[in-house]
Ligand binder design. Structure first.
Ligand SMILES: NC(=O)c1ccc[n+]([C@@H]2O[C@H](COP(=O)([O-])OP(=O)(O)OC[C@H]3O[C@@H](n4cnc5c(N)ncnc54)[C@H](O)[C@@H]3O)[C@@H](O)[C@H]2O)c1
Length: 262
């Protein structure tokens, strides 16, 4: 799938890993529809990128909000004539919570719902609402490709740490969906790739305490540092461009394996 001349929908595109994807897509001649709750950051990014990016305010936990943002994106695609090329559902949140805390209080369902609604339901809902448009694009090249979905899991899908029951459940589900989604979409010439990053520099990790960051570094092999957003987006670019990448979850972690405790 060529990025040039195509439109990609990036949720969480106003910050961190999603933002890096938006920058790479626009640099490669594509258009990026940024769907995010953060209007300030989203509008600032569009100002920086000009005509190749548009910001549509969107809460991926709210299906009507996704519908409105997808409709606006479809209108934009009609104006530009740059057909859909893919979906990158990168909006995500972490809210730590033990399944049973030291005072014997169980994890609240509100906390579980908050994380699962954004990370899992929000991913599926965005993908399902954009898919009819992606599937109706003209098939491209010898393989008749129509588009790519690049989902974002986490190392927590495999080695969730203490306090990550909700987050690990949401990311493990995203990883598990990859193959069945690729199988469902093969008849349309649409591929599905999931990336599972370890610790990357972003607003999400900036909120971690120095103690947590130092302790996470001890679990790193090489390089012993957090990944950079552009290292993530460079793999997303490869996932878009390499037609043989399909139905796979790729760890992007410098051989880090998360320990039980920090
Ligand atoms: N940074 C890491 O170390 C790391 C590691 C593994 C996985 N991830 C995953 O990568 C993805 C991107 O995270 P990031 O690190 O760039 O964080 P980030 O906080 O920098 O960016 C997340 C973006 O998602 C947006 N967002 C949050 N809730 C939303 C909602 N309900 N609707 C729409 N947008 C919403 C935020 O406004 C923000 O712009 C997430 O899915 C995260 O779980 C990050």
């Amino acid at each position: 799938m060529k990025i040039d001349g195509r439109t990609f929908v990036v949720s969480g595109g106003a910050s961190g890993l999603g933002r890096a994807c938006v920058l790479d897509i626009c640099k490669s001649g594509g258009n990026a529809a940024i769907l995010d709750m953060n209007e300030e950051l989203g509008n600032a990014l569009v100002k920086q990128l000009g005509a190749s990016a548009r910001f549509f305010v969107c809460d991926v936990a709210d299906t009507n909000s996704i519908a409105a943002a997808v409709k606006s994106t479809v209108d934009w695609v009609c104006q530009t004539g740059k057909p859909f090329g893919g979906i990158i559902p990168a909006a995500g949140v972490g809210r730590p919570g033990l399944i049973l805390d030291r005072n014997s209080r169980p994890l609240s369902l509100e906390s579980l719902d908050f994380v699962v609604n954004i990370n899992l339901r929000g991913t599926v809902d965005l993908v399902r609402q954009v898919l009819p448009h992606l599937a109706s694009t003209a098939p491209d090249g010898l393989d008749g490709e129509r588009g790519v979905i690049v989902m974002v899991a986490s190392a927590a899908a495999f080695e969730g740490q203490m306090g990550q029951v909700a987050y690990a459940a949401s990311k493990g589900a995203v990883a598990s969906m990859t193959l069945p989604m690729a199988r469902d979409l093969s008849r349309f010439g649409i591929r599905v790739v999931t990336i599972a990053p370890s610790m990357f520099d972003s607003a999400m990790t900036a909120a971690m305490s120095d103690k947590v960051k130092t302790s996470l570094k001890k679990a790193m092999e090489f390089p012993a540092r957090a990944g950079k957003p552009e290292e993530f987006s460079s793999l997303v670019k490869q996932a878009i461009e390499n037609v043989m990448l399909n139905g796979v979850v790729i760890r992007l972690d410098g051989a880090t394996r998360m320990p039980s405790k920090l």
